[in-house]
Ligand binder design. Structure first.
Ligand code: GLP
Length: 248
C-alpha cells in the first residue's frame, strides 16, 4: 500500500483532484468509481473548479457510485444520487447518460444489483475507484460482518453507520434507511486502481488497522491490502496513529 500524507484535508483534496484530471488526460474515457460522505466534498469542490476552468474534461468519462440507500429514489434529497448532483455532477461537464447509480427504489433489488454489475462490465470495468472510509472500517456500504459479500448487493446498515449518516436526514438518525445497495468487495477490488481518502483524527485508528492490521471482515477496508495498486491518501490527523506505530 502506498501512503501519501498531506498537511491538511484541503491539500489532499487538491492534489487528488489534479491526479484525477491527469488520469482523464491520459484516458478521456476514464471509468471512475466515486464515494459519498463528508470526506470527498472538498475533492468534489476542486474537481468542479478544474472542470469549470477547463482543466479537467469529463465529457467522455463515466462514473459509478459505490452505494445508495434502499427505498430512496434519486430525487429524494437524502439520496446519495442527490448528494452527488449537488456536490459534483451539477458542476462538471459529465453527460448525464454516463452517470451510473444504483436505484435504491428498485422493486427487484437483486435484479438492480445484477444490472449494476453488468453495466460496470459493459463499461470495461472501473479504472480508478476513490473510496472513503467509514469510522467502523466500512467501504461503500460493506459493513463489518462475519463474511463479506463479493458482488453488488443489498445490505443492512449498522446503528453506528446510520448515526454517521444522519446529517443527510436533518440530523435524525431514525430517518436514515436501515438498508442500502452497495458494490461488493470484489466489485471494488476489481478496479484497476484504488485511492482511499481519509481525513481527520477520528479515522486514525481505523487507518492504522487498514494498513497494518490482519485481513478481517470485521474491518472491510483491510481487504484493500490484497490489491496491487492501492494508495492511501491522508491528512496529518488521519495518519497520526500510523506515524506513531511506524516510528522507529
Ligand atoms: C458513508 C458511505 C461511505 C463513506 C463513509 C464515510 O457511510 N457509504 O462510502 O466512505 O460514509 O463518510 P465520511 O466521509 O462522512 O466520514
Amino acid at each position: 500500500m502506498r501512503i501519501k500524507i498531506f498537511s491538511t484535508p484541503h491539500a489532499a483534496a487538491r492534489s487528488l483532484a489534479h491526479e484525477v484530471a491527469r488520469a482523464l488526460e491520459d484516458n478521456p474515457r476514464l471509468v471512475l468509481g466515486l464515494p459519498t460522505g463528508r470526506t470527498p466534498v472538498p475533492l468534489y469542490r476542486e474537481l468542479a473548479a478544474l472542470s469549470q476552468a477547463r482543466r479537467a474534461d469529463f465529457s467522455r468519462a463515466a462514473t459509478f457510485n459505490l452505494d445508495e440507500f434502499a427505498g430512496l429514489t434519486g430525487d429524494d434529497p437524502g439520496s446519495y444520487r442527490a448528494f452527488m448532483q449537488r456536490h459534483l455532477f451539477d458542476h462538471i461537464n459529465l453527460p448525464a447518460r454516463r452517470i451510473h447509480f444504483l436505484n435504491g427504489a428498485a422493486r427487484d433489488e437483486g435484479a438492480e444489483c445484477a444490472r449494476y454489475e453488468r453495466a460496470i462490465a459493459r463499461a470495461g470495468g472501473i479504472d480508478l475507484v476513490i473510496l472513503g472510509l467509514g469510522a467502523n472500517g466500512h467501504i461503500g456500504f460493506n459493513e463489518p460482518a462475519d463474511a463479506l459479500v463479493a458482488a453488488t448487493h443489498r445490505t443492512s446498515l449498522s446503528a453506528a453507520t446510520r448515526r454517521a449518516n444522519r446529517a443527510f436526514f436533518d440530523h435524525r438518525a431514525r430517518a436514515v434507511p436501515r438498508h442500502a445497495l452497495s458494490m461488493g468487495m470484489a466489485t471494488i477490488l476489481h478496479a484497476r486502481r484504488i485511492v482511499l481518502l481519509a481525513t481527520g483524527r477520528a479515522k486514525a485508528h481505523c487507518v492504522d488497522r487498514t494498513v497494518n492490521g490482519p485481513l478481517t471482515p470485521r474491518l472491510p477496508a483491510s481487504f484493500l491490502q490484497l490489491h496491487r495498486d492501492v494508495e492511501i491518501w491522508l491528512d496529518r490527523g488521519a495518519s497520526s496513529v500510523l506515524d506513531r506505530v511506524n516510528r522507529p
